[in-house]
Design a protein around this ligand. Sequence first.
Ligand code: GLC
Ligand code: GLC
Length: 826
Amino acid sequence: MKFGYFDDQKREYVITTPRTPYPWINYLGTQGFFSLISNTAGGYCFYKDARLRRITRYRYNNVPIDMGGRYFYINDNGTIWNPGWSPVKTELDGYECRHGMGYTIITGKKNGLKAEVTFFVPQDYNGEVQQVVLTNESNATKSFKLFSFVEWCLWDAQDDCTNFQRNFSTGRVEVKGSTIYHKTEYRDRRNHFAFYTVNDSIDGYDTDRDSFIGLYNGFHNPEAVINGKATNSFADGWSPIASHYKEITLAAGETKTLVFILGYVEMPQAEKFEADGKTINKVVANAMIEKYNTPEKVKQGMAELRAAWDKLLGVLNVTTPNDKVDRMVNIWNQYQCMVTFNLSRSASYFESGIGRGMGFRDSNQDILGFVHQVPDRARERIIDIASTQLKDGGCYHQYQPLTKKGNADIGGDFSDDPLWMILSVSAYIKETGDWSILNEMVPYDNDMSVAETMLKHLDVSFYHIVNNLGPHGLPLAMRADWNDCINLSCYSDTPGESFQTYTNPKFKNEGGYSKIAESVMVATLFTYTGPNYVAILKHLGKDDEAAKAQAEIDKMKENVMKYAFDGDWFLRAYDATGAKMGSKECEEGKIFIEPQGFAVMSEIGKAEGADIKTLNSIDKYLNTKFGLVLNNPCFTKYYIQYGEISTYPGGYKENAGIFTHNNAWIICAEAYAGRGDKAFEYYSKIAPAFTEETSDIHKTEPYVYGQMIGGKDAGSDIGQTGKNFGQGKNSWLTGTAAWNMVAISQYILGIAPDFDGLRVDPSIPAEWDGFKATRQFRGATYNITIKNPNHVNKGVISMIVDGKAVSGNIIPVLEAGSHDVVVTLG
Ligand code: GLC
Ligand code: GLC
């Protein structure tokens, strides 16, 4: 069942009922000011850091769901409704929500009155603009009352929902004309405030929540709205809000447009106040208000936003025989990659914004998805991340976006982390040809006095793996590898211990983790990423170092084949007792997904057919109708030696859930091995546009990836096997976005930046006649036509660039301008 449809022309998903199976959200903002907005206008805003600078309040895990947002209430002679249906939930005569690129338009109709609200954050602007267009579609004059509403958060979102003994006494506001200012702590230690304004006179306001809503009422029945009049309340502690009240009369057919702005302002310390030393100096706020206070200015702001997205999405554009592929590649997957760039894993409807900082591995992988869109910002990001690396090649697992410092309470020793940086730096160079990043002086642990070149950072990353091998010559597993929930040194039997960072006394003397437990996944990730490092060294003429690194890769491959090939697939790990994990010999968890794709793409044991055997085993044991499960059979009891993984019931998350992030690695591997049909089958099981038809099962947004889809075993431990099979969770902020962008664009469609040019090597469904793509690359535009006359999956037999045959399949770097490329498969 669907709850809307794609409008590809406008690059929008149009939701046609407010009762979606879960709130379906969008993100506004790309620089400093960010908003989350659901299809019923729920959500919140923050500036840069969702924890430390939360502007409006939101209640996670509330009953009913999705409470708190920017709400407009209309009281039309006793009929009270919201354009977005919630929170009053009066049945509407018409409802539509259009989530677009950085904006959302929600339209509601009731009793002949139409309210269309456009929400967006303009470019280079610290505020959310809300344009409300009210149209009387009836034949008679209409008089009604409009109330706006936002609830302020007292800045630190964590403190805001825990420290009530203080917070109930600190809330402060100011009202001037039609603008309500939130200035809690501005008098003393803060240099920032927020405001909510409307570009028209008002007939009243409220700034105190209990006066507006009523202590025993809810968002769905605020007293002031029911009474049809604001109370002009002035908050003094408790919970400050901002609500404008306006009486409106519209003749039949008449339209009235109001522009509301929710803004955030920082002031230099010396200029915080007016001469009286306590009134907010509003110079900056007024200039901000001035910028968007008319419909014409709003129109201009929307046009600029559209132009910005045209540019971001203009780098890669494809026309394939499948419109779902086109809408993923051209619009939604790229859009989601930008959102992960901006938000990392911090704030979504599943991530509360007060938990994690930026992940070392997460952010490096995210780069792969958006480096073509914003190469300069990717460069900056890479250097920020690399600055939290340690001199021995290890790294902080997370860092805080405001301070950019490594997060000491989480620490390091996640075995995969350094490798992702080799991948992100290579992706950056392949995209841009900017080798100078390697000469950049980058600190360790943010200490500039011990800075070394980026190239040296890659070196210590590579050798951090080589220098930390276990008994089989495979990388030590440490606290966790990519799979946060395989914690082979934890052995936790006490509630509340962190599986990732708890150091079991058993391993205290060994530095916190077992020197026996080894990760096959890190081994194959090493053999997959390592060749990039070798290629970089060769390019720089460092042949000896290249040969030395290559020898390590070769040795690793040998060790994997010797100690970690289980006959039909690769093992997952050796645990701290030296026992195999992910083997036929295991009772449960016999096969895991993570090491396999990288092994295939590193051609480990290819001569012996290990690649095809492995891919066939994945098909046989992990493939389901909704995607590939992470492991099989699922764990049905707690394996203390494995850590967090078996604490999840089977079918969820890392215990045999469909973890879409690593499905991409298999899609890449199938494409790499030339099995384009299989690659496409797996892709189409998880790509959101393809799950749209089953939105009732899938639940989360059909336009973006989620981290996880319930696996075939979901519910098996409670006698309800398959109950939540196919159900998505944790949408938006996931490495799946980047990896599936790589899988579809670089492996299936096969257009992949390489060090010396643009490689074209599609691995597509045989039934396709071909496809077209436009790719901007290092200053030139390539119009690429792929022909597949013999209906093969893979294999370039000819390439013609600007009318001339070129051997091989790498388009050389050409001068600026447009170039025609025709590639024939056969
Ligand atoms: C989450 C984490 C990511 C981890 C994955 C698997 O997506 O953000 O870092 O690799 O889970 O555990
Ligand atoms: C990742 C995993 C999650 C785990 C968490 C711990 O997000 O997906 O299952 O609980 O890491 O940090």
